[in-house]
Design a binder for this molecule. Structure first.
Ligand code: BJW
Length: 240
């Protein structure tokens, strides 16, 4: 994969933009060693069935299996470090007057890299909540551990298929998408809704759409600029 060329027009638009939003997906954390979901060979859904692990029905059927799968993934995330893509996005927040980072990632690496204005559309794997009331709880012993207040099994605070996004998160993301001059889509396959609808919203409201990804996605035909490459290489080149 060669280094993506940065068009002058895009570099200029970036330097002068007052409002920028970015939608990130698991590709941003791939270079930190956190597996993506749908990449051939390395994606989680290549080896594991999402219907058996990432739905509320799966958790009702086999809470131990689901809890243990997420415990394994929590371990991967805890050992991972932010990469140059996370750090460039954090730096961008300091440079652009209005910058919103919308992430589908549950690994918390954007905040660890220094980003502050982060909307976590699919929750955070490092938080544990009561499955009955969705209130944060400290996980104790057990697989899964039980809520000390009501006895319901605890679960990771992530959004499974068929579940609603955290209250207000989509509205806030949509407002940022509709109010920005430049919208970056980084490391997402653009297959999972409602997140995948945000780039179109931004574009229809007049934003320049930029995609950064080594592969084509359903978002590629919508993009004004397609930078084909890895986020950890393209993003730093774009903002230096
Ligand atoms: C690199 C790179 C490098 C590699 N650099 N790039 C409309 C149409 C059809 C279906 C639906 C629809 N609306 C809703 C649905 C249903 C469903 C859905 O979208 N299904 C589709 C898959 C068909 N959506 C939902 O169920 C959502 N909920 C919902 O709609 O609720 C409605 C509701 C309302 C009110 C009450 C009740 C319900 C919820 C979706 C939750 C998604 N959850 C997951 C798991 C999170 C927890 C966990 O981590 O286990 O979220 S699934 C998984 O996919 C995860 C991700 O956030 C999400 C997106 O994946 P992402 O990040 O794009 O990763 P990949 O692997 O797909 O792509 C990686 C990309 O990176 C690739 O393009 C690579 O090329 C690239 N890459 N290396 C840059 N170095």
């Amino acid at each position: 994969m060669g280094q993506a060329e940065i068009p002058q027009e895009l570099a200029g638009a970036l330097r002068s933009a007052h409002a920028v939003a970015a939608l990130t997906g698991s590709g941003v954390s791939a270079e930190s060693g956190v597996p993506t979901f749908r990449d051939a060979q390395t994606g989680l859904w290549e080896r594991f069935d999402p219907q058996e692990l990432a739905t509320p029905e799966a958790f009702s059927r086999d809470p131990k299996l689901v809890w243990e799968w997420y415990s394994w993934r929590r371990g991967l995330v805890a050992r991972a470090e932010p990469n140059p893509a996370h750090r460039t996005l954090a730096e961008l927040e300091r440079r652009v007057p209005r910058f919103t980072l919308i992430t589908q990632n549950v690994d918390g690496l954007h905040r660890r890299a220094g980003s502050e204005n982060v909307i976590e559309l699919h929750g955070n794997i490092l938080r544990t909540v009561c499955s009955a009331e969705r209130i944060p709880r400290e996980p104790g012993e057990g697989s899964p551990p039980r809520c000390p207040h009501c006895g319901a099994p605890l679960r990771p605070d992530v959004v499974w298929f068929g579940e609603a996004l955290p209250p207000g998160a989509l509205e806030e993301a949509s407002e940022a998408a509709r109010g920005c001059e430049l919208f970056l889509c980084v490391g997402t396959s653009g297959l999972v809704y409602p997140a995948a609808g945000l780039p179109r919203e931004a574009s229809e409201a007049g934003a320049l759409l930029v995609e950064i990804n080594p592969e084509r996605t359903p978002l590629t035909p919508l993009a004004d600029f397609v930078l084909c490459g890895r986020a950890g290489e393209v993003l730093p080149a774009l903002f230096t």
